[in-house]
Write a protein that binds this ligand. Structure first.
Ligand code: 5GP
Length: 194
């Protein structure tokens, strides 16, 4: 997606050789015009698959999930929580997720009532690296008997294996930008249509 790629090139930073810092427009400070254009881009990609809800994980995924859900006709957004809730355990579905950025294993959880059997689910997240977060969300859907119609990502790190593995397993994946590497602090983007 051209506008996102331009913003990454202008304002993104590479940290070390594997962290992409885009928090000045995507996940700390949010450029709302860009956000809603991203929502439209995902909607265009997934509309034909008739998603009924958008699923993400707190916190960074929420704004993007809302933009996509709005563009898809104001369908609901559900986000998995990383901290324990006060509700009874048997009303919650959980899955483990290893965090690439924090190097820790967390449980993510959702109240079962918000992820009904048979629901057609679009998963949205800010980054795809090793694919742990996406797999955790897919795991929740599988446990609940909900159907994942696709996965929409803002920034895929093409030098980590998550995207390739998801595509190979037949998942409809749309990444709006793909980073091929970081060279001397500069982010190298994959040309679009590759
Ligand atoms: P994965 O689960 O695919 O390994 O990693 C995706 C998750 O880790 C995302 O939800 C995102 O929050 C975080 N993440 C992974 N790589 C990066 C990165 O380079 N920059 C930022 N800001 N977050 C990342």
């Amino acid at each position: 997606m051209e506008a996102l790629c331009r913003m990454i090139q202008e304002k993104g930073k590479g940290i070390g050789n594997d962290i992409v810092k885009v928090d000045m427009f995507l996940n700390h400070r949010i450029d709302t015009a860009l956000l809603f254009q991203m929502g439209e881009a995902w909607a265009e990609e997934f509309r034909a698959d008739r998603p009924e809800m958008v699923l993400t994980v707190e916190a960074s995924g929420i704004s993007m999930a809302v933009a996509a859900a709005h563009a898809l006709g104001d369908i609901p957004v559900v986000f998995a929580k990383k901290s324990a809730t006060v509700v009874q355990n048997d009303s919650v579905v959980q899955a483990p997720v290893y965090s690439f950025t924090h190097k820790t294993q967390n449980m993510i959880r959702i109240e079962k009532q918000y992820l009904p059997r048979g629901a057609r689910v679009l998963i949205i997240d800010d980054f795809l690296a090793d694919g742990q977060a996406a797999r955790g969300l897919m795991n929740l859907c599988e446990q609940q008997g909900a159907e994942v119609i696709g996965v929409g990502i803002a920034v895929e790190k093409g030098f980590q294996p998550g995207g390739k593995a998801l595509r190979e397993s037949g998942v409809h994946l749309k990444s709006l930008a793909v980073v091929d590497g970081i060279v001397d602090g500069n982010i190298v983007l994959r040309p679009e249509d590759d």
